[in-house]
Design a protein around this ligand. Sequence first.
Ligand code: NCD
Ligand code: ZN
Length: 358
Amino acid sequence: MTVQTLPIRRPDDWHLHLRDADLLRAVLPASARQFGRAIVMPNLKPPVTTAEAAMAYRECILGVLPPGSEFTPLMTCYLCDTTDPADIRAGFDAGAFVAAKLYPAGATTHSEYGVTSIDRIAGVLAVMQDIGMPLLIHGESTDPAVDVFDREAVFLHATLRPLLARYPRLKVVLEHITTAEAADFVMRDPSGRLAATITPQHLMFNRNAMFAGGIRPHHYCLPVLKRERHRLALRHAATSGSPAFFLGTDSAPHDTGAKESACGCAGIFSAPVALQAYVTVFDEEQALDRFEAFASDNGARFYGMPPNQQTITLHRSPTHVSGQIDLPDGRRIRPFLFGETLPWTLAWPDDDLDRIAS
Ligand code: NCD
Ligand code: ZN
């Protein structure tokens, strides 16, 4: 019998860009409506590189949360060559941040202050291993000679494998994986200390989507979409039941002017329709029975956090994706799948609808 309603434990987003100022205020309600908690990425300008900055950023987020929302931002530290291991330890102990993000310098949006060589952060990684603080990795080679479609696969062997060998107890999340090689690498790791997030766009589209009838900046993100065989491998990994894979949208809002430009920036704003998109994939794969583990259980378990207690319900009923977000200064944010219709809707318990202002 076709499943019509799917009640699940409230999910979390283990990879989210919330930005700051007006953009934060504009995009936060979308994530707060869908998710209980989110790992908030630190690639602001300037980046969030200290415990003090992370606490201040959290206050900004909490200050603009819709009234009644119980959304919890989980803060991260942007690692630089100069990150102080003592600040990492103290910040983690104090709850200022729960993880640290490794952006290889030059790999993606706002990564120019990132790490130029793993050796430079050896002291930081030793502390993180010691205290059980997860390292979140943007896993792409920054060697300009490496083809853009091969950067993730090269990173696995050139950087990740030696890093894991050097820090055998370090917890690592390989963020937004995009290739069969990365899925396989994570699947084969027997230790339980390596996991991966997967975005909705990498489950739904292959690289043809960027060039369908012309260049499509709203399908451009980093790591870039790959060939169909990679998309199929990611769908297999996400729906496999393996606890090493969990939901991380990588929702990354940019205004349409910055995306529709001669040098359009990378990032897809998926937060408003993330769960409707993910559940569509699980439905197509006939794996609805595995959706709750991917969306709501695996990430919390990996991070050592209690599962959410609330329930949300997805209904087999169409969602038309129409809402663009207008900022006070005239900028406009276009959501993932704008103009399209998804077969699933997200409903809230009545009491939440009353409490959360739209
Ligand atoms: C992200 C952003 O815009 O901050 N962009 C993206 O394409 N994913 C950065 C990132 O996660 O790589
Ligand atoms: Zn990201």
